[in-house]
Ligand binder design. Sequence first.
Ligand SMILES: *Cc1c(COP(=O)(O)O)cnc(C)c1O
Length: 444
Amino acid sequence: MELSSRRDAAVRAVVARRLLTDDHPLVALLDLRAVEEAARALHAAFGAVLAPGGRPVLHAFAVKAASLVPVLRLLNGLGLGCEVAGPGELALARAAGVAPGRIVLDSPAKTPSELREALALGIALNADNPQELARLDDLLATRPAPPGPVGLRINPQLGGGSIDAMSTATVTSKFGVPLQDPGARAWILAAFRDRPWLTRLHCHVGSQGMALERMAAGVRVTYELAEEINAAAGRRQVDTLDIGGGLPVNFASDAVTPSFADYARLLRDAVPGLFDGRYGLVTEFGRALLAKAGTIVARVEYTKSAGGRPIAVTHAGAQVAVRTVFVPESWPLRVAVYDAEGRPGTGPRVRQDVAGPCCFAGDLVARDRPLPRLAPGDLVALLDTGAYYFSTPFGYNALPRPGVYGCADDGAGGSAFSTLRRPQTTAELIAEYGGPPAGKGGYP
Ligand SMILES: *Cc1c(COP(=O)(O)O)cnc(C)c1O
């Protein structure tokens, strides 16, 4: 079954199992086969361009894209590690059973305790700036060499993509050491010369909205810097390149474009030395692995009309689609319509707004969108929401976190669900907002 047919079957099953209730009129689904296929496609794409006998690539999933322990466990089982940016994500990766040697720590604001913990566990870390390197000098003064690899993040300063907030390689980006600033290259060469334990270079040029050519150019600049460092050292001091993530996702159809294979081939052409086996490689893809597997399904509560514009008031808004609501021009989502039984909506298309439940006027997930006319009890589905949507909630109006369910083929043309995150209970919600913990004189 194609992804779209599996999605339709899953929405039918959501209705049949009564997963949508008054308490939880919103659920999130993750198509487990799509996740598996994406992971396999990633392994195959890099496998195809790597020199035979080359070192295996560590594909570290960017945890922020889907920070749910069962998802990390699933990906770990599919041969992926984790890229984490802070103690919370590190704890999630460890709770998922990901081995320290398959975790990379990249936060720009690592505290001394985080650095100490990463060093103690042998987790690879990429220092962001000169002050962080100085901290590492102090922490390492008492031991001979860090047990895990330590790298330095550079910003190739190649410019941004179509979404400013996703562009990490602008001239003034907050990430990494700005390579083209006066004196920076010489400083980096000296930093490596003085620290034999510094063995990696890291770059992540940007996320959604970045042209593949610019991403590849960032990797090329990183590779060339590694060659220069190694030539100066007279040995292969930089032994691994961490080339970041950022493959953009097509939010306009079910087609996977660009593919991991497209990007791997482009990298091979732009930076042939990357794959000749001399360097270990780390990647940090997030969105491209999970986005297309995810669907948010919400009930339409009411429909109305204002100033001639039909409006469907649903339960999916900023609490699960924060970027789409606040920056709609950069993060448009496809909306699919189903009837109350979960059958795909038919009927003539009418321009309408699809609103969320939050109490502010901008809480719309689609504006003036031609869709079959919605009625109360119908369902709307927000497609391609497997990364950075339900797993990155926005706390507003004390709306509870929706349940997240993995869906698989049940072998009889239907869907089998597994719980990836239970829907948040009112007692948990009260505790989260400063009330007494559940069962301790709080809400029963
Ligand atoms: C966010 C991030 C990623 C993942 O980006 P995607 O666009 O989800 O692939 C990888 N590396 C770093 C350092 C990041 O900040």
